[in-house]
Design a protein around this ligand. Structure first.
Ligand SMILES: Cc1cc2nc3c(=O)[nH]c(=O)nc-3n(C[C@H](O)[C@H](O)[C@H](O)COP(=O)(O)O)c2cc1C
Length: 158
């Protein structure tokens, strides 16, 4: 049986998600990547997850980093989200940031921030699943969430 990858992608796009930026430190700088694979995993211990494509330029930095920070984006972050989704565009220069205790900065005005230490990295086909142990979190409820649906950005209705 042939598997239609394009149709598969299209079908996956029918699941609306939020958008997050993950930041980590590597090679003497902080870097970021836009993801919509973020999810909650466990309350006790507090674990969250996201996935990274093995083809990403940033794969080795993120999978080896001892800590990463997850910023949940609002509609006001759409331009930053697009920028950090571009191939090779991972520097945070010019982006408004907020310091964290673990090190990798959060995006200013994020809806929530999760400061994580690396808990596990699992092989998963052409991606790896990164599980983070949440050591600190902040919830700012700073406006409407940025939503991704059908390959486009949007916002919640009403
Ligand atoms: C809304 C959105 C969600 C994305 N989610 C993921 C994701 O969960 N994991 C991932 O590896 N890449 C994801 N990407 C793609 C990356 O942001 C980036 O485009 C990709 O890593 C290519 O750049 P690089 O090779 O420089 O890392 C997403 C892109 C967008 C626009």
């Amino acid at each position: 049986m042939t598997f239609d990858k394009k149709a598969f992608r299209h079908a996956l796009g029918a699941f609306p998600t939020g958008v997050a930026v993950i930041t980590a430190s590597g090679g003497g700088e902080h870097i970021g990547i836009t993801v919509n694979s973020f999810g909650s995993v466990s309350l006790e211990p507090p674990l969250v997850m996201w996935c990274i494509d093995k083809k990403s330029d940033r794969y080795h930095i993120f999978t080896k980093a001892p800590a990463f920070t997850i910023s949940i984006l609002g509609t006001k972050h759409e331009a930053v989200s697009s920028r950090l989704a571009k191939q090779g565009e991972h520097r945070l220069d010019g982006i408004e940031l907020m310091g964290t205790e673990l090190g990798p900065p959060a995006l200013a005005d994020s809806l929530s921030v999760f400061e994580c230490e690396r808990f596990a990295v699992h092989e998963a086909g052409d991606h790896a699943i990164l599980i983070g142990h949440v050591l600190r979190f902040h919830c700012h409820e700073a406006g409407p969430p940025l939503v991704f649906f059908g390959g486009r950005y949007g916002a919640l209705a009403g």
